[in-house]
Design a protein around this ligand. Structure first.
Ligand code: ZN
Length: 261
């Protein structure tokens, strides 16, 4: 459910250290990852030095929140692909109210966003994502989870369901969009096998970020559902390529899939 913060290599290192700690001697409670990743939710009990540091005396969090909300608003107003997702959600009976369903919050620096199925809310991490283009990618990823939860009766306790929605999010958002954005070129990702590997790797990381399962268990779940979920491009209808006309085109063709644009 989580969008990882992939802005820096440092983030990745922290992430893998955290993952190691969780599998070796980490806390056994299933609730650990949630509050630790998103401490503004459900009153976390875990002591978090990084959180105190971020929330601290600087007052920075209110500046970050205002900027994050302005960027979310910009995406909702201007991004064809975000508008397509919102139209698809509305057509599926899950209309999104920005104030109710999208929340800018301070998160653990290892993540950049998340989808909270209990509250049906997308979390955008105001301290780790700042630019509108990155927020667009995070929003898209999490809105795909919201769509799957709404339309496909996603069972968050079923590892195959989790694997499927993470494959779809990686496929439709991250691997076609964010990676090329960060790496500055997309030719590598045009190679089919590389794209599939990107989706498998990203989905595995996303699963392991929020669920305490081994690499093998996550990989096995991905392999079980990969073909079906990789080819399920609803509601976007195509894999997006950056710097192409795909985003406006997908939005323009939304009516073909039964969504009001
Ligand atoms: Zn996810």
């Amino acid at each position: 459910m989580t969008t990882r913060n992939e802005k820096t290599n440092e983030g990745k290192r922290e992430e893998s250290d955290a993952a190691k700690a969780a599998t070796s001697n980490g806390p056994s409670s299933d609730e650990f990852w949630g509050p630790d990743l998103y401490p503004e939710r459900r009153g976390a009990k875990v002591e978090r030095s990084w959180f105190n540091l971020l929330i601290g005396a600087s007052g920075r969090e209110s500046v970050d929140k205002a900027r994050c909300e302005a960027n979310v608003y910009k995406c909702i107003k201007n991004s064809p692909i975000v508008k397509l997702m919102l139209a698809a959600l509305k057509s599926s009976g899950c209309e999104v109210d920005m104030r109710r369903h999208i929340s800018c919050e301070v998160c653990n620096p290892i993540v950049s966003g998340g989808y909270d199925s209990e509250f049906n809310q997308v979390v955008i991490c105001q301290n780790t994502v700042s630019s509108a283009s990155i927020i667009q990618g995070v929003l898209l990823h999490e809105l795909i989870h919201m769509f799957d939860f709404c339309r496909n009766k996603l069972d968050v306790k079923n590892i195959d369901h989790i694997a499927c929605t993470e494959i779809r999010a990686a496929n439709l958002a991250h691997c076609s969009f964010i990676s090329s954005l960060i790496q500055g070129h997309s030719s590598f990702f045009n190679i089919k096998a590389s794209h599939q590997n990107c989706v498998k790797n990203k989905a595995k990381l996303s699963i392991m970020n929020v669920h305490k399962v081994s690499d093998e268990v996550a990989s096995a779940a991905i392999e079980r559902v990969f073909t079906k979920c990789y080819n399920d491009l609803e509601p976007i209808g195509r894999r997006l390529r950056r710097n192409s006309e795909d985003m406006p085109r997908a939005y323009a063709e939304a009516f073909l899939y039964g969504y009001e644009a």
